[in-house]
Each structure stands twice: as structure tokens, then as C-alpha cells.
Design a protein around this ligand. Structure first.
Ligand code: GLN
Ligand code: ZN
Length: 761
């Protein structure tokens, strides 16, 4: 019985890659230093999987930034503006595409399916020239081979690559991206030939788009692509990996009849229909890679239950054709539980991170082969039982309150237009009010203060003073810049979800449970293990303090329930909506305490509302319904004069615009600039958004400083489709990752642009 891992986290158990990348970007270390850190990480991962007994170990799942960008590099599909002149793509072109440089902005970034991982969106058009320009997949295969480890090189499949791309600038929106299949397959063939020559015996193509709703034309592209690759692949075993949901019945039919393919990987954790599909017919002689170990979560596998599933599959596909695997790449879970020395031991016994999941996969494979590790299985069963019965998990009062919310509706009594009038009387803001999204740059000094306070190295008094001073600096700066609605800068927060999770009950925290979000950025999702409640106010002290420093309105800053849910590792023992309602009730109390404390503008960030959208359209309505309801629950009780803002970090919201309107916020600030004002098209098409709206006027993901003219130009474009009295002027997102040397000039230009346009109205 064989074992397989779809992919593994790249950052390292202590985020070694992050630090190496950032130091390189800052010019503090050399390319060789960075390469060394990366090579060491790859080696240790391969060795670890080999030692655990994994048969099919992946390679090329490492990346300096993103696997889709790696594919763009492999295909030489560099957009013209990066002035790449050919040859093997090096760090400078690669990182310019990822992050932009002094003269050129970065490529667009968007979420990878329904995860919090972001990939760099390929920009393709009829003029894109493809050539084999990055040999990374082969180099990594050889690197592992040199250690005596024969790996399965992993490539983003050609059809998924194209389906995730967007038409390049100046190319019709309707450009048929799939028409480029013929142009990219020759490069794939070159890569395959090189891998073969290097000795590879398996190759893995990740084609997760197969779990989306695809039309027959898109499905046909898969058949065409693999038929075209068949001869190149002959002599190799080929596994097509799907993940994040089950495939539709039609996609399944297409998938299992692909030419030249030896094995199929399925997500059996999120794929509820897959078992039925497999029972309905699985091609004889092919391998089934059964993803029973959850790559999206941190819970220990219920090994007994998995064994039952695997046994059922074994009877369909045959013993020698069943491969135990992970549901998806383990890059979406934390790295290694071994570093969690401070975690409560009972909770720890319920968990498994990537390193532990590798062991689980192997234990399951061995058990199926008749070599069950009894001690391992019984310890697992005991942990499962303790989690089911632990009193720390259940809070009956919370359960009751959350259940009572189901099926009912909660919204503010007065319609938004009347509320906005009432608010304006109180706030008296100019047209095109300026604001920021919340965080200001987090300096090394600030991080040190927080760290030392947490470690009890400085007193509470010293800590409060340091944060107070920082807030006062940020307030003064905003007043100098003449921003209209201020923020306190969030200096007391490490992370917008962790900060709240730490103060809510039902949450546990890890020291090193980092998961890559984009590039070198990682998040450390809290673990929601029990019923959620709010023992005491969480932000009121700081918000009141900040408000006392200025006569201008100060926004209270909260993270919304859907975002807290979507950016946490969530319980798998109750439905997601149940947990979300519990969080909504806790945030509602905070909103009401802020209001009572004199805060007139409260922003409830729902940065991650969209990414929780199920991959299948048939499931959207149900999700949006409870997600939007949860948001409204948080603020349905405030007065008309209290202005509720929300913020979202993505711009492709056109398909959920009605749900966003249904959130009934007074003002929404939303990412915009990185995607060419794509979101404005929805208003061009006639959707009326009666509330305030601030599409970001510049990209905060890049160090580039936008000019006043550029911002003014953006505002004018917005005014072409939005009413003057609803438009707000703000950056795309929080400024936490930027430096003051970037933030000051950028915001200066932003305010000048708003003022300039005001004079022209
Ligand atoms: N208020 C948060 C901040 O500015 C929002 C961050 C986000 O949307 N990701 O940091
Ligand atoms: Zn944001």
C-alpha cells in the first residue's frame, strides 16, 4: 500500500524562507544566501518525508513566491512591461512580476480557490510568446535525486494554468485563453522530456479547476491537452490531482478518460460525492490517490474512520491501486506541531500539522497493508474521544443563543439613505471624504514592544504608554495630512484575526502555526476548538483613547465574524455557520460597547467574506445567506447616527454585489487598484449602490508611490460611474506592511488628489 503527499509548506517550520526573502529584498543578503536557505528547506522536507516512509514524495512544490508564477516563468510568459530579454528567468524579473519595482507595478494577485493563499494571475494574449524559461522543476527533481530520493515532480496543469489566467492589458476581455493551449503544450513537452531524461518515473499535474463548474468547452480542453501530451508522457506514470471539492459527475467522466494518465487524486475531505463517483465506475488498472488526510485543517485525522473509507475504496479499485494521500497540498496547514511547546497538552493531542499528517498518511497506508501500528491508532482513538467529550468544547448558553439565530433575520430598522443623512449631520464630512483602512506601518520597535509585553518583559504600564505614544503619532500624522476620518493605526495588533481570537473564548493559539498567504507573508490562524464567547470588551479602551486625541471622527476597528471564521482553523465537529453565528454574537457586544463609548464610526472588516464562497455555484446562496446575516447581526442594534463601515480585500465582487448590498453597511472600502478598476464595471452596468463606497485609489501591496495625477485620474474614473456624494477616497487596504517613507508621500498625494477633484466638482 503506497502513500503520497500532494504538496508541502515551503516557508519552513520557523518561517525561514520568509526571513531569507525579506532580507534579500531589502538588499541585506545575497542571492546565494537566499538560495542556500531555500535548498536547505527543500532537503529537510524531502528527508523528512522519506524517513516517514512516504512513497510518492513531491518536488517542485517549493516556490520563492508562488507556484502559478513559477509556471508563468517556466512558460516564459513574462508581460512585456517587465522588459525581460530572454534566457533563464532570474530573481530580478521573477520578483518584479510578483512585487513590482520602482518603475513597474506588480502583476495582479488573487486568491487560490477558496483558500487564503494568493497566486499571481498570468496575463496572456495573442501576442504572448512562450518559451521554456525556467528549469526549476527539473533542477529540483535532480536536487532530490542527488540525495537518493526519487520524487514526483509537480506541475500546475496546463488547463488549470490557462483557466486561472486573465487576458493581458489591451486584450479583449473575451479573448479565449484556452486557445493558447497549443502554444503552451510544447513547453510542457520540453519539461516532461527533461524530467524523463533526468530519471523521473512519475509526474503530477495539479488540475484543481476540475472541481469548479466547468462548461463542455472547458472540459474538452482537458481531453485535448492530455491527448496532445500523451506521447510525451509515455513511459511516465501520470497523476492528475484535483482538490478543494469533489469533481462534478461530468468532470469525473472527462477526468477518468484522459489519455496517458495513470492515476487520479481526489479530495475526500471536502468532496462529499467522490466516493459515489468512484463506486459508479473507476477505470481498471488506474491508481486512485485517496486524499483522506485534511490538508486544510489542523485536526488529527480520525484514523479509524479513514480506514473504513479506504477499505471501501480498496474493494472498488483494488489493493495495489489504492494510494493513501492528503486532501490537497499541506501548504494550507501549519508546519510542525513539534514546535508548539506552549500549547495545552489536551488540545495538542487533538491536532496534527503538516509533519504529523505525513506520519498519519503513512500509518494509514501501513495499516491497509496489514502492518497496523496499534499504539499509534489507539492513541489517536483516545484523542478523538477526548475531543468529543471535553467540557472545554461546549458552552450551552452560547449554543442556545446561536441556534436561536437560525432562520430569523436581523437588520437595521432605518434604510441606508436616511441613516447616511443622519450620520452626515453629525459627522459633517467634505465630499470625497478621505480615510485609510486601519493599520499604519508596523515598525521593528513596535513589534518589539508587543513581543516583550507578551513575554512579560515589560510592565503593562510601559506597554500601554508605548502603544499610546504610537497612536498619538499616527493621529498627529493623519491630522497633518488632513485626512477626514481617522484610524488609530492598530499598533496593538499583531494580526486582525489573532488579536480578536486571543480575547475570545473557544480559541487556541500556536507559536509557529504559520500558513503562507502570499509571497513571504504568512498568517497564523487561531484554532477555534470550542463554543465562542466574549468575556470582556476587546478594543474599547484603545478606540476611546484614540478618539480622545482628536476632534475628527476616529473609526473603531473590528474584524467581522465571517473573516474571523474564514481565517481561522475551524472546528470540523459542527457546521461552519454555527460557529460563525457564535462569533457574530461576540462581535455584536463589542460594537455596542464601542458605540456606548462614544465611537461614531465603526469599521467591521470582512476582508475574507468572498474567499469563503464555496467553489460550486450551487452552494453559493446558502453560504452568502448565513455569512451576510452574520455580518448584519453584529450591527443591527446600533443607532442611525452610528456609521458602520466594512472593508473587503478583493475586487472581483461583481458576482456577489447583491450580497454585499445586502450587508447593509453605510460605507464599504474595497480593493480596486490592482485589478484595473474591474469592480467599477458593475456600476457601469447599472447596479445602484446607495451606500458610501471607497474603491482603493492605490495599491498598498507594492512599495511604489502613486502620484497625485495618477490618483486624481483614478478618482475621476470612479466618478464617471459613482455619485459624487457616495464616493470615499482611500488606499486599497491597511498600511501595516509598508514603510513610513512610502506611506507619507502616498497619503499626501491621495489627499491632494481628493482636494483637487473637490475643487473641480
Ligand atoms: N483593518 C485592517 C488593516 O488595515 C484590514 C486589513 C485587511 O483588510 N486585510 O490592517
Ligand atoms: Zn484589505
Amino acid at each position: 500500500m503506497a502513500s503520497h503527499i500532494v504538496g508541502y509548506p515551503r516557508m519552513g517550520p520557523k518561517r525561514e524562507l520568509k526571513f531569507a526573502l525579506e532580507s534579500f529584498w531589502d538588499g541585506k543578503s545575497s542571492a546565494e544566501d537566499l538560495e542556500k536557505v531555500a535548498a536547505d528547506l527543500r532537503v529537510s522536507i524531502w528527508k523528512q518525508m522519506a524517513a516517514a516512509g512516504i512513497k510518492y514524495i513531491p518536488s517542485n512544490t517549493f516556490s520563492y513566491y508562488d507556484q502559478v508564477l513559477d509556471t508563468t516563468a517556466m512558460l516564459g510568459a513574462v508581460p512585456e512591461r517587465y522588459s525581460w530579454t530572454g534566457g533563464e528567468i532570474g530573481f530580478s524579473t521573477y520578483f518584479s512580476m510578483a512585487r513590482g519595482n520602482a518603475s513597474v507595478p506588480a502583476m495582479e494577485m488573487t486568491k487560490w480557490f477558496d483558500t487564503n493563499y494568493h497566486f499571481i494571475v498570468p496575463e496572456l494574449g495573442p501576442n504572448t510568446k512562450f518559451s521554456y524559461a525556467s528549469h526549476k522543476a527539473v533542477t529540483e527533481y535532480k536536487e532530490a535525486k542527488a540525495l537518493g530520493i526519487d520524487t514526483v515532480p509537480v506541475l500546475v496543469g496546463p488547463v488549470t494554468y490557462l483557466l486561472l489566467s486573465k487576458p493581458a492589458k489591451g486584450v479583449e476581455k473575451t479573448f479565449p485563453l484556452l486557445s493558447l493551449l497549443e502554444s503552451i503544450l510544447p513547453v510542457y513537452k520540453e519539461v516532461i522530456a527533461e524530467l524523463k531524461a533526468a530519471g523521473a518515473s512519475w509526474i503530477q499535474f495539479d488540475e484543481p479547476t476540475l472541481v469548479k463548474d466547468l462548461d463542455s468547452h472547458q472540459l474538452a480542453a482537458f481531453s485535448k491537452a492530455y491527448a496532445e501530451l500523451e506521447s510525451a508522457l509515455s513511459g511516465l506514470n501520470v497523476v492528475i490531482e484535483t482538490y478543494f471539492a469533489d469533481v462534478t459527475a461530468e468532470a469525473y467522466k472527462t477526468l477518468i478518460s484522459l489519455k496517458g494518465v495513470t492515476g487520479f487524486g481526489f479530495d475526500l475531505v471536502r468532496g462529499t460525492q467522490t466516493l459515489e463517483l468512484i463506486k459508479s465506475g473507476f477505470p481498471a488498472g488506474k491508481y486512485l490517490f485517496a486524499g483522506v488526510v485534511d490538508g486544510r485543517n489542523i485536526w488529527a485525522n480520525d484514523l479509524a474512520a479513514s480506514l473504513t473509507t479506504l477499505a471501501a475504496l480498496e474493494s472498488v479499485v483494488g489493493k495495489d491501486k489504492l494510494v493513501v494521500s492528503t486532501s490537497c497540498s499541506l501548504m494550507h496547514t501549519a508546519v510542525d506541531l513539534i514546535n508548539e511547546t506552549k500549547l495545552d497538552s489536551e488540545i495538542k493531542s487533538w491536532l496534527a500539522f503538516a509533519a504529523q499528517k505525513v506520519v498519519e498518511v503513512n500509518a494509514l497506508a501501513k495499516a491497509l497493508a496489514g502492518q497496523k501500528d496499534e499504539a499509534f491508532f489507539s492513541a489517536n482513538a483516545a484523542a478523538q474521544a477526548s475531543r468529543r467529550s471535553s467540557p472545554r468544547v461546549t458552552n450551552e448558553e452560547v449554543q442556545k443563543a446561536a441556534t436561536a439565530l437560525r432562520g430569523s433575520d436581523h437588520r437595521r430598522a432605518t434604510p441606508v439613505s436616511a441613516r447616511l443623512d443622519a450620520q452626515q449631520k453629525k459627522l459633517n464630512l467634505p465630499l470625497l471624504p478621505t480615510t485609510t483602512i486601519g493599520s499604519f506601518p508596523q515598525t521593528v520597535e513596535l513589534r518589539r514592544v508587543r513581543r516583550e509585553y507578551k513575554a512579560n518583559k515589560i510592565s503593562e504600564e510601559n506597554y500601554v504608554n508605548a502603544i499610546k505614544e504610537e497612536i498619538s503619532k499616527v493621529v498627529k500624522l493623519q491630522e497633518e495630512l488632513d485626512i477626514d476620518v481617522l484610524v488609530h493605526g492598530e499598533p496593538e495588533r499583531n494580526d486582525m484575526v489573532e488579536y480578536f481570537g486571543e480575547q475570545l473564548s473557544g480559541f487556541a493559539f500556536t507559536a509557529n502555526g504559520w500558513v503562507q498567504s502570499y509571497g513571504s507573508r504568512c498568517v497564523k490562524p487561531p484554532i477555534i476548538y470550542g463554543d465562542v464567547s466574549r468575556p470582556k470588551p476587546m478594543t474599547v479602551f484603545w478606540s476611546k483613547l484614540a478618539q480622545s486625541m482628536t476632534a475628527r471622527p476616529m473609526k473603531g476597528m473590528l474584524t467581522g465574524p465571517v473573516t474571523i471564521l474564514n481565517w481561522s482553523f475551524v472546528r470540523n465537529d459542527q457546521p461552519r455557520f454555527e460557529t460563525c453565528y457564535q462569533i457574530a454574537l461576540a462581535i455584536k457586544k463589542e460594537v455596542e460597547d464601542l458605540e456606548a463609548g462614544g465611537i461614531q464610526v465603526i469599521q467591521i472588516d470582512e476582508a475574507a467574506l468572498r474567499e469563503g464562497l464555496p467553489l460550486r455555484k450551487s452552494e453559493h446562496a446558502f453560504y452568502l445567506d448565513w455569512a451576510v446575516h452574520s455580518f448584519r447581526i453584529t450591527n443591527c442594534g446600533v443607532q442611525d447616527t452610528t456609521q458602520i463601515h466594512t472593508h473587503m480585500c478583493y475586487s472581483n465582487f461583481n458576482d456577489i454585489i447583491h450580497s454585499i448590498i445586502n450587508m447593509d453597511a453605510d460605507v464599504i472600502t474595497i480593493e480596486n487598484s490592482r485589478s484595473d478598476e474591474k469592480l467599477l464595471s458593475v456600476f457601469r452596468e447599472g447596479v445602484v449602490y446607495g451606500a458610501g463606497i471607497g474603491p482603493g485609489v492605490y495599491d498598498i501591496h507594492s512599495p511604489r508611490i502613486p502620484s497625485t495625477e495618477e490618483i486624481a485620474d483614478r478618482i475621476n474614473k470612479m466618478l464617471a460611474v459613482l455619485d459624487t456624494n457616495v464616493l470615499w477616497v482611500n488606499p486599497d487596504c491597511g498600511l501595516k506592511t509598508r514603510k513610513y517613507t512610502e506611506v507619507k508621500p502616498a497619503l499626501t498625494n491621495m489627499v491632494s488628489a481628493a482636494k483637487l477633484i473637490r475643487t473641480q466638482l
